[in-house]
Design a protein around this ligand. Structure first.
Ligand SMILES: [Zn+2]
Length: 284
């Protein structure tokens, strides 16, 4: 069965290789082309923890994406580099509805998830009721400190800020069991299934990921309450990821929640802007 709608709650518009460096407008076009190809109706685009020639600023992304209702923007927090996020500016963008969530990059940006300096960030999220996405688990960059991104630390934040909705990105890969416990214990924690491979899955690794996800779900109970579909495109190709979603034996009700309902609620995507899919999509 295919879900009625599909939201990819985790995409980026960065360059990841110098050899394939392109202007951001090209990435935007590519995003919409891929969405059409695999049947994704709406994408959450997440800005980076850095701004440089490979990582566009949130202001630039706001300009580029303003004309198209098929995306929702989440602002990446820049917290340890030379140019830190100005929280007044962040709060204004949230207040004005230009940004619908905040993304933390612990580990990449050399702070742990439960760092006390983030208090104001969580207070802004609570005040405006926007979710805070948190990178958890393995890091793409060798310069990141992976211990700081351990999913168990999300529990500290979930307890200290019960009014904030937290999204553990990548299910804490490879600490799936720890992530499952944090989800089971905390109703204000959600998770996306993005970024569990790079590019295409190998056969063995796809089996491995599917098994770990099934183990997590057995432990957690109802996956329809907290899990969301996300890919981590362009680091991950969209097509095999949509296929993975269909391999996880969710009930129809769970699948609808994971594919779009939970994300639509969290990021406040108006349902009439998601559209029921008419395209071919990926047939499971
Ligand atoms: Zn990502």
């Amino acid at each position: 069965m295919r879900p009625e709608r599909l939201i990819d709650c985790h995409t980026h518009l960065n360059n990841y290789h110098e050899s394939t460096r392109r202007p951001t407008t090209d990435h935007v076009q590519d995003l919409f082309a891929k969405m059409d190809e695999v049947g994704v109706d709406h994408a959450v685009v997440i800005s980076s923890y850095k701004v440089d020639m490979d990582r566009p600023s949130v202001e630039h992304l706001i300009e580029l994406l303003a004309a198209d209702p098929r995306t929702t923007l989440v602002e990446g927090l820049r917290w340890r580099g030379e140019a830190r996020t100005d929280l007044f500016g962040l709060e204004e963008r949230i207040r004005d509805g230009l940004v619908k969530g905040i993304k933390l990059y612990p580990g990449y940006d050399h702070y742990p998830i439960n760092d006390a300096s983030l208090e104001t960030v969580f207070r802004i999220a609570a005040k405006h009721d926007v979710p805070v996405m948190i990178h958890t688990g393995d890091t793409y960059a060798k310069t990141a400190k992976v211990r700081m991104a351990h999913p168990l630390l999300v529990d500290d934040v979930a307890v200290d800020y019960p009014d904030v909705k937290l999204v553990m990105c990548h299910l804490g890969n490879p600490w799936f069991q720890d992530a499952a416990e944090v989800l089971y214990k905390n109703d204000n924690v959600f998770a996306d299934i993005s970024g569990l491979t790079l590019g295409e899955f190998t056969y063995d690794f796809e089996r491995y990921v599917a098994m770990r996800l099934k183990d997590m779900i057995t432990y957690m109970g109802d996956p329809g309450k907290q899990l969301m579909y996300g890919s981590d495109w362009p680091l991950v190709h969209m097509k095999p990821y949509v296929r993975l979603l269909h391999e996880l034996d969710f009930t129809d009700e769970q699948l609808e929640n994971i594919a779009w309902r939970t994300a639509a609620r969290l990021f406040r995507v108006p349902v009439d802007r998601i559209g029921s899919r008419g395209g071919e999509g990926v047939v499971p």
